[in-house]
Ligand binder design. Structure first.
Ligand SMILES: C[S@@+](CC[C@H](N)C(=O)[O-])C[C@H]1O[C@@H](n2cnc3c(N)ncnc32)[C@H](O)[C@@H]1O
Length: 425
């Protein structure tokens, strides 16, 4: 029996298989899956190491290919299906660490070590750079350094101050706009229409300090389990989870006729999350069929989004409805809002201004789009996001609550400043 192979030996082969799927350019697949979704499949082991290696290999792939081809590493090799493994091995040899001769591919790459390293140095000299990242296109460098990590504190488990104290050294920032904008009263009945995995559900429950009731609907059974797990982990006891098609809920049934606020975060294309999903590392899509299938999908999503929003606006006691997507497409955002305006007016709803101080507003495609909020990955250092708020005209509570909330936030800031000052003294 041979010696035990190091874990990295298997991780590299796993990464090579994922890389092959990504580079194969299966358009249907590329439209639906992100790098993360491939890595988080149950069959993948050592997910963290795999994700890190696939991302880094993709990031440097043009450089690696340049070097591999300049030394003719793949020429004359019989097994053409292994190009990706050689890219991964070249990555590790040049940018990470020495590779061990744990397999015949490793042995082959090690036999060309001197030529590969010389080609690497030549490329750096040709491009007149002294660091590896100098070889990357400027957009990749910008994106890599741009997006910070955001967190929301589960106030059912610890206070914001406690969390801030722990996170202070990291300089973290919390934002979870839709639940914050819905701003329900503590004793309200609230509906999270499309809830799984449940991040906004538990945020709502926390904002309501465990009081009132949040009913969370989820259509898909598998995702229902994820939602239940999130709720359990959050320790929230004011959430009722339902396996339910939101479109089929009867707004006048006794269970729902008292609902005062609805958070609608429906299925969307997710086009705003492409930076954090690392889609910029994927090869550029080409071909008519890819573009066409994306448009078809967005149309289908927009029809569902419109139907769900109209349904939300038809609940008799509802005072506030928040609609949000992590899409940057006008078709799923401003167009959906514009298409329901008449229906909204007939139910006495008007658009409320979402976070009035936020600088980036809806695209100016209709009168009123300035009430809508957009975020943008590069401008705002977060996912691309869209939020709209509908307020029933008879409701007087919005302004009062907003004022109360912002004075609470100011109070907390002042307290933190004082505490910090005290520590410094
Ligand atoms: C964008 S995700 C919601 C994310 C969630 N708000 C969060 O922050 O964690 C949309 C969810 O709506 C579910 N969904 C889609 N159509 C639905 C319907 N007709 N009724 C209820 N849930 C639905 C999807 O299965 C998916 O889990």
């Amino acid at each position: 029996m041979g010696a035990k192979k190091p874990a990295l030996h298997f991780v590299r082969r796993q990464v090579a298989r994922i890389l092959r799927q990504v580079l194969a350019g299966n358009t249907q697949h590329r439209a639906l899956a992100s790098i993360k979704s491939l890595v988080y499949k149950p069959s993948i082991v050592a997910k963290k190491a795999t994700l890190a290696l696939i991302c880094n290999t993709l990031k440097y792939l043009p450089v690696i290919k340049d070097i591999v081809h300049s030394v003719g590493l793949l020429q004359g090799r019989k097994n053409k299906g292994q190009d990706e493994l050689f890219y991964v091995l070249t990555h590790d040899l040049l940018f990470e660490q020495e590779i061990l001769p744990s397999g015949k591919e490793e042995i082959f790459v090690l036999s060309r070590k001197a030529a590969l390293r010389a080609a690497f140095v030549r490329l750096m000299m040709k491009k007149n750079v002294t660091e590896i990242d100098g070889l990357l296109p400027p957009e990749t460098r910008q994106i890599q350094s741009y997006i910070p990590r955001y967190v929301r504190v589960n106030t059912l488990q610890m206070t914001v101050d406690e969390a801030l104290e722990k996170l202070e050294e990291l300089g973290s920032k919390a934002s979870c706009i839709p639940a914050h904008v819905l701003c329900p009263d503590l004793d309200w009945e609230v509906l999270d229409a499309c809830a799984s995995p449940g991040n906004k559900t538990v945020h709502l429950a926390a904002l309501m300090k465990g009081k009132g009731r949040v009913t969370a609907c989820e259509l898909h059974r598998k995702r229902l389990q994820v939602l239940q797990d999130t709720v359990k982990r959050a320790g929230a006891n004011n959430i009722q989870v339902k396996h339910q098609d939101f479109l089929k809920l009867d707004p006048n049934a006794s269970d729902y006729s008292k609902v005062r606020a609805i958070l609608l975060d429906p299925s969307c294309s997710g086009s705003g999350t492409t930076v954090q999903r690392m889609d910029h590392l994927l090869p550029v899509a080409n071909g008519q069929s890819f573009v066409f299938s994306v448009f078809q999908r967005i149309d289908r999503l927009a029809s569902f989004q419109k139907a769900a929003l109209c349904h939300a606006l038809s609940f008799p006691a509802v005072e506030r409805v928040v609609y949000s997507t992590c899409s940057v497409n006008q078709r799923e955002n401003e167009d959906v809002i514009q298409s329901v305006l008449e229906h909204a007016r007939s139910h006495k709803f008007k658009l409320g201004t979402v976070l009035p101080d936020w600088p980036h507003r809806g695209l100016p495609v209709f009168d009123g789009a300035q009430h809508l909020l957009r975020t943008d990955a590069l401008r705002d250092k977060t996912d691309g996001f869209f939020v709209a708020l509908f307020v029933r005209e008879r409701s007087q509570t919005f302004e009062q609550q907003r004022k109360r909330k912002s004075s609470e936030i100011e109070e907390r800031k002042t307290k933190r400043k004082k505490k910090k000052q005290k520590k410094l003294n």
